[in-house]
Write a protein that binds this ligand. Structure first.
Ligand code: GLA
Length: 386
C-alpha cells in the first residue's frame, strides 16, 4: 500500500505541478450474500476488501475542479458551478459526480474552493468488486474533509449512490458505497437498507482455516444498461401487485399469495428477493453462532436462486461455482449485480490452489476465456492515509 500512495503523490505532482494536501483511500467490496436486495430495502452482508482506490487532493485558489488518474489519459476540468449530471461522462463522471452530489447534500458549490485530484486503484475494474464505489467513497471523504462539510458516513454513502445513479446513470442501490465506507478488518457489514442501520459481523475466515477466493470470469457487465434496470422494474411490479411499497415488506409466508398475484416470471424475481433477505439473516445468525464453516449451504442456495429465479447468472459464473463446489469449496456463489463479473468461493486454505487449477481446466475445456483468481481479506473502510 505504501507504494501506491507514493505513486499517487508523485502522479499528482507530475500532473498538477505541486504536492497534494493529503492522501485518502477507499476499498472495493465483495458481497458475501444479499444480492439485489439493497434497492428493495432489504438486507445485505458485504465486506470491504484489501484492494483500494487512492486519491491525492489539493485545493486550488479558483473554483475549478480537475481530475486525472493513472488509468486514463484524460485530464477532466470543469467549473464547480457548472457541475451537472448531463455534463459528465466517461470515468471522470464518478469523481465529478461525487462533487456534484455533495452539492445536493448541502455543500455550497459557489463557496468551496476548487480542487485538483489524482486517482489510482488496485481494485480490478469490471470484476464486480465495486471499483466505482471505491472511487466515489475515496473522493467523498476527501472532499468532505477539505470542504469542511462534516457529513457522516451514511450520508457519504448516499452521496456516492446519487453520483452513480445520476451522473453515471446506473440505477444501483446503497450497498457498495456502504461497504466501502463502513468496512472493518475481518468483519462484514450487515446493513438494513431500509433504516440504513448497520452492524459489524465478525467473519473469522482465517481462524477457521478458510480463504475467500474471487473468480473473475472476465465477462464484462455494465449496470447502466439493460438487465439490472429490468430486474429492478420487475421487483417494483411485484411489490405493486402485492400492495406493498417494497419487497422488504414481504416474507416467505407471503409466497403462496404472491404466486397467484402476478405472472410466473415476476413471481420468481420476487421469490429470489424474499428468500435472499432470509438467507442474509440466516447467514448472520450462523456466523455469530457457529462461524463461517456453517454458511456454505446458504451461499450455494443464493447462487441457485440467482441462476434460476432471478436469472442474472451466465454460464461462466455457473461453471466457476460448480467447479469450486465439486473441488472442496465450503460454498460458492456469483457476487454483485450479475450478467458477468465474479464468483466467490469459500475455500479451505489448503484447497485454494487445487480449486484454481480445476477452474482453469474447466474454463479451458468449455472454450471460455481464462479467469483471473485471487484471494481477498476483509479490510478497513475509507480512510485518510496521509
Ligand atoms: C450492484 C449494485 C448494488 C447491488 C448489487 C446487487 O453491485 O451496485 O447496489 O444492487 O449490484 O446486489
Amino acid at each position: 500500500m505504501n507504494d501506491i500512495r507514493d505513486e499517487v503523490a508523485a502522479g499528482f505532482e507530475e500532473i498538477h505541478g505541486r504536492a497534494p494536501l493529503g492522501i485518502w483511500s477507499a476499498p472495493g467490496r465483495v458481497n458475501l450474500i444479499g444480492e439485489h436486495t439493497d434497492y428493495n430495502q432489504g438486507f445485505v452482508l458485504p465486506f470491504a476488501i484489501n484492494r483500494r482506490t487512492v486519491v491525492a487532493l489539493g485545493p486550488r485558489d479558483d473554483a475549478t475542479i480537475r481530475v486525472a488518474s493513472a488509468f486514463a489519459d484524460e485530464l477532466a476540468s470543469i467549473e464547480l458551478a457548472d457541475l451537472a449530471p448531463s455534463r459528465l461522462d466517461g470515468w471522470s463522471a464518478y469523481p465529478l459526480g461525487v462533487a456534484w452530489a455533495l452539492g445536493q447534500h448541502g455543500a455550497d458549490l459557489g463557496a468551496v474552493p476548487g480542487v485538483d485530484i489524482y486517482i489510482e486503484s488496485t481494485v480490478p475494474v469490471g470484476a464486480g468488486l465495486s471499483s466505482s464505489a471505491a472511487i466515489e467513497s475515496a473522493v467523498a471523504i476527501a472532499l468532505d474533509e477539505v470542504w469542511r462539510l462534516g457529513l457522516d458516513r451514511q450520508t457519504l454513502a448516499k452521496v456516492g449512490r446519487l453520483a452513480e445513479n445520476e451522473a453515471v446513470g446506473a440505477p444501483t442501490g446503497i450497498m457498495d458505497q456502504s461497504a466501502s465506507l463502513l468496512g472493518r478488518e475481518d468483519h462484514a457489514v450487515f446493513l438494513d437498507c431500509r433504516s440504513l442501520q448497520s452492524e459489524l459481523v465478525e467473519l473469522g475466515f482465517a481462524e477457521a482455516g478458510l480463504e475467500l477466493l474471487i473468480i473473475d470470469t472476465g465477462v464484462s457487465h455494465s449496470h447502466a444498461t439493460g438487465g439490472y434496470a429490468a430486474r429492478r422494474a420487475s421487483c417494483e411490479a411485484g411489490a405493486a401487485a402485492m400492495g406493498v411499497s417494497s419487497l422488504r415488506d414481504l416474507t416467505v409466508d407471503d409466497l403462496p399469495r404472491a404466486r397467484t398475484a402476478m405472472d410466473d416470471e415476476t413471481f420468481r424475481r420476487v421469490r429470489h428477493v424474499i428468500t435472499e433477505n432470509q438467507r442474509v439473516l440466516d447467514t448472520v445468525a450462523a456466523l455469530r453462532a457457529e462461524g463461517p464453516l456453517a454458511i456454505g449451504e446458504l451461499l450455494d442456495a443464493s447462487h441457485v436462486s440467482m441462476r434460476d429465479d432471478f436469472e442474472i447468472s451466465v454460464p461462466e459464473l455457473d461453471l466457476a461455482v460448480e467447479t469450486a463446489q465439486a473441488n472442496g469449496a465450503i460454498g460458492a456463489r456469483m457476487t454483485g449485480g450479475g450478467f458477468g463479473g465474479a464468483a466467490i468461493a469459500l475455500v479451505p486454505t489448503e484447497g485454494v490452489s487445487r480449486i484454481q487449477v480445476a477452474i482453469d481446466g474447466a474454463f479451458a475445456e468449455h472454450g471460455f476465456g481464462q479467469p483471473t483468481m485471487f484471494t481477498v481479506t476483509a479490510a478497513g473502510g475509507a480512510s485518510r492515509d496521509r
